[in-house]
Every structure is written in structure tokens, then in C-alpha cells.
Design a protein around this ligand. Structure first.
Ligand code: SF4
Length: 64
């Protein structure tokens, strides 16, 4: 699974890094960014899905 943030949608609400701190972090302005360019570790996929569900802006993008 790959996980990224659609910067055009992100409104710096911070849920991604809260629910998936191993997958996302927040930059100095509070906008989310992905920690991995490629596939995320399998054990973090559940967290990534929680971040996907939590982001109110639909800015978390998951793909296979
Ligand atoms: S939860 Fe969504 S809106 Fe908030 S920082 Fe993360 S990606 Fe951006």
C-alpha cells in the first residue's frame, strides 16, 4: 500500500499524523506529509486506513 497526502485538499487539521504517526507527519505549518515514498510497512496499513477515515478533507490518498 502507498499512502500520500493530496496537498491541494489538506487543510492542516492534523488527524493523519495523530492516527498514523508512523505514516504521516506534520510540517512546520501543520500540513500533513507522507513519511514513505514507496510502499508503507504492512504493519502500518491499519493506521493508514484510520487516517484515511479521519481526515475531514479527504486529503489522505491510499493506493495499492
Ligand atoms: S488530517 Fe487531512 S487535512 Fe489534516 S493534516 Fe492530515 S491530510 Fe491534512
Amino acid at each position: 500500500m502507498k499512502a500520500r497526502i493530496d496537498a491541494s485538499r489538506c487543510e492542516a487539521r492534523g488527524y493523519c499524523a495523530k492516527y498514523a504517526p508512523g505514516v504521516f507527519e506534520l510540517d512546520d505549518d501543520g500540513y500533513g506529509r507522507a513519511l514513505f515514498d514507496g510502499d508503507i510497512p504492512a504493519e502500518l496499513e491499519a493506521d493508514a486506513r484510520m487516517a484515511f477515515d479521519a481526515c475531514p478533507e479527504q486529503a489522505v490518498v491510499l493506493s495499492d
